[in-house]
Design a binder for this molecule. Structure first.
Ligand SMILES: Nc1ncnc2c1ncn2[C@@H]1O[C@H](COP(=O)(O)OP(=O)(O)OP(=O)(O)O)[C@@H](O)[C@H]1O
Ligand SMILES: Nc1ncnc2c1ncn2[C@@H]1O[C@H](COP(=O)(O)OP(=O)(O)OP(=O)(O)O)[C@@H](O)[C@H]1O
Ligand SMILES: [Mg+2]
Ligand SMILES: [Mg+2]
Lengths: 256, 256
């Protein structure tokens, strides 16, 4: 099973959470049993499904510090075939708590061993940093998706992130591969969007998903209703793009 | 001198770097001698002034680990009255290196003691996390500016950040105060923008800057030319807003 995927980029606000929430929803709609793990202390992915703070007592933090069994923390969402392990701000304490542990990079990997066979896909949302939480996610997965906002500053971090991927591949997790670079918030009226996406396609060729996620206001409205955009407005350009992305990834699966 | 200001928010992509680069430029244009400290390993603020990687050998990392004297790392920008201490990806190693140091929260504060009297304003750009680098910035400053993107997910982190501010005030730096919450990327066509800004104004009243930064494509184009937007296009709505913000802050100074 190579369908454990981390969605990571240390650049902030590039669409990591939006991609996890909506790609997972589209996968579930294609009858793939899918689990989201919210590994960002901000808990935005949990909020994207309307999970209240009072409902996050059994969360990733309580699993990683051994208080809760992973099976007890898995919550259903309103989407059939889609479950989530939520997160609360407590998770920001985990980095300090793990720092002197022997196998601190593999805590998450060891925990999800128990649930790997239940799901077709597992998607992990990462915080905007290359700290221990993101490292835990990169050590637990087989694939990495890098959302890349089509803005100038976002290009800067890409080299650093790919170096980190190499480092992880050579020292911690030899199975991890780049699933692809996903261009997000593409705005055809903004000449920078075109410049950045041409640049990335030239350098990374077939490593860039054919699907491009357009900037679409409906995408940013959906979380305030606690819904993925595919549920909030299935016909909008954002939903169509995420559905196409799911199709592209599922088809890549067939080639493996 | 209370004009050392951190610009921080653990939510990613909310306009921290854009605010530091352009607010500092507007302050310098009002004849305030200003220094930017780039404390984000991504080094976006340094890129915003066109500083090449090859020119960042003397950077914040080399100062914090004692290899370089702070005065040797200060670089002029193309803007009169405005200097910058640049950053390179090396800085991401500092958190590991400081973790066992006794006064690890005060490394930055102790370093900038030597330059505080040279400048009217010092602005520190923070990474999108509440780790040791941001903590160092919060312990070194008298004021905090919180850029808040007018988007739903961005509201989530605000409570957490204000709790952290309280924690820092009570345990590390009794002088720090909130200078204000800055609404950024406001788009009047997006009903979420209005919802979020009304919400924030209701809760935080006079703690919210009157100046609102509109979403303006010229702002995101400027970094690709290595220029602040006030230099790239002084007449655009983004430049006008950052100039108005500088005026608002300088006027607040008079009331102190
Ligand atoms: N295609 C899109 N069109 C319009 N808005 C979008 C789109 N994708 C994401 N957004 C909005 O942009 C903001 C940033 O996206 P998101 O929070 O998913 O990024 P992130 O990388 O997870 O951020 P962080 O680094 O803080 O974790 C959010 O407010 C989101 O609603
Ligand atoms: N007012 C604005 N109008 C349009 N685009 C903007 C505006 N402010 C910032 N941007 C763009 O939005 C993106 C995010 O802004 P910026 O990088 O300054 O945020 P940040 O909070 O520093 O991100 P990080 O969390 O990664 O440090 C950048 O590509 C920037 O050019
Ligand atoms: Mg996120
Ligand atoms: Mg930044």
């Amino acid at each position: 099973l190579n369908k454990i995927i981390a969605v990571a980029n240390q650049k902030g606000g590039v669409g990591k959470t939006t991609t996890v929430v909506n790609l997972a929803t589209a996968m579930a709609a294609c009858d793939r049993k899918t689990l989201i793990i919210d590994a960002d202390p901000q808990g935005n992915a949990s909020t994207g499904f309307g999970i209240k703070y009072s409902e996050r007592d059994k969360d990733l933090y309580s699993i990683m510090c051994g208080k809760t069994n992973i099976l007890d923390a898995i919550k259903d969402t309103m989407i059939p075939n889609l479950s989530i392990i939520p997160t609360s701000p407590d998770l920001s304490a985990i980095e300090q708590e793990l720092v002197n542990l022997k196998d601190r990079e593999y805590v998450l990997k060891n925990l999800i061993e128990d649930v790997v066979d239940i799901y077709d896909y597992i998607l992990i949302d990462c915080p905007p940093s290359l700290g221990l939480l993101t490292l835990n996610a990169l050590c637990a997965v087989k694939r990495l998706i890098i959302p890349l906002q089509t803005e100038f500053y976002a290009l800067e971090g890409l080299t650093q992130l790919l170096k980190t991927l190499d480092l992880v591949q050579n020292n911690f997790n030899k199975d991890i591969k780049l699933q692809g670079i996903l261009l997000t918030m593409y705005d055809s009226r903004n000449k920078i969007s075109e410049m950045v996406s041409n640049d990335v396609k030239e350098h990374f060729r077939d490593k860039v998903f054919k699907t491009i996620i357009p900037r679409n206001v409906r995408v940013s409205e959906a979380p305030s209703f606690g819904q993925p955009v595919l549920m909030y407005d299935i016909n909008c350009p954002g939903s169509q793009a995420y559905a196409a992305l799911a199709g592209e990834i599922i088809n890549q699966e067939k080639d493996l």
